[in-house]
Write a protein that binds this ligand. Structure first.
Ligand SMILES: [Fe+2]
Ligand SMILES: [Fe+2]
Length: 266
């Protein structure tokens, strides 16, 4: 039996409640899944939109190996310099080269090198460069430096995410979709050996509207008038996936959804 590598990926952490849910559940997730790597999408961690250096440092101190982001990357100015300084926090690789930060990194654990790549879709999203050629460039840059690669495809359109799964099948270990905050039921290993899911879901208040206070979201939709949005505080859950891989590079053995309520977290 060859050695296996286990990667826990956690879907978009929303607000303080999402962060507290993540931190509260991490010890039991470690016991249960023994992840060699933990990667978290943190694009909604600061009050529901964006992330700050303080929050990112808290996650990294708790044992998170890398943080991916998305369309809300630049909401908080204080994170701009940090995105350049901290290797383990990633904004989408297909943003403009002139924008702060970088789109991939390599993290190491148990003698294994994991490349992590953050991407943004182009359909219904603002990303300065085309995602398909840019992921090819990222993989070219990582070639020979990694044993496994996890790609976070942060995108609105399910079609674009499915297409990215096929584009990368056999070339990376996992393609995980984020951004819609709703977990999909299509986790599987593609024929070339890449673990794939269209959306991992979110970590935070399930009682709202993809994280937003339910009454405010409904008022906005019903009245069509502007209203201030706050983060919901109801019904925290953690949504993630665990990917198990063999010692064969870029091959996954299985992908399992992790959908856990956290009723004690407030
Ligand atoms: Fe998000
Ligand atoms: Fe997003």
């Amino acid at each position: 039996m060859s050695e296996t590598v286990s990667i826990l990926f956690v879907g978009d952490v929303v607000g303080g409640l999402g962060k507290r849910t993540l931190l509260a559940l991490l010890p039991s997730l470690r016991d249960r899944y023994a992840p060699d790597f933990i990667v978290v999408n943190g694009e909604n961690a600061a009050g529901g939109v964006g992330i700050t250096p303080k929050i990112a440092r808290e996650m990294l101190a708790a044992g998170v190996d890398a943080i991916t982001l998305g369309n809300h990357t630049y909401r908080h100015r204080e994170v701009y310099a940090y995105l350049d300084e901290e290797e383990r926090i990633l904004r989408p690789a297909n943003f403009l080269a002139s924008q702060p930060g970088h789109g991939w990194c390599v993290v190491r654990a148990s003698g294994t090198r994991l490349g992590v790549v953050s991407l943004s879709g182009n359909l219904f999203m603002k990303a300065g460069r085309a995602v398909f050629p840019e992921v090819d460039s990222a993989l070219h840059a990582l070639a020979g430096k990694v044993d496994h690669v996890l790609v976070d495809m942060h995108a609105e359109a399910t079609s674009e995410k499915v297409a990215m799964g096929w584009h990368l099948d056999g070339r990376v270990t996992a393609v995980v979709g984020t951004h819609t905050h709703v977990p999909t039921a299509d986790a599987r290993i593609l024929p070339g050996g890449t673990a794939y899911i269209t959306d991992v879901g979110m970590t935070g208040p399930r009682g709202g509207v993809i994280g937003v206070n339910r009454d405010q979201a409904l008022t906005s939709m019903v009245t069509q008038m502007p209203i201030r949005f706050e983060t919901s505080s109801e019904d925290p859950w953690l949504n993630g996936v665990v990917i198990r891989a063999s010692d064969e590079p870029m091959r996954a053995l299985e992908i399992e959804q992790v959908l856990l309520p956290a009723p004690g977290v407030v």
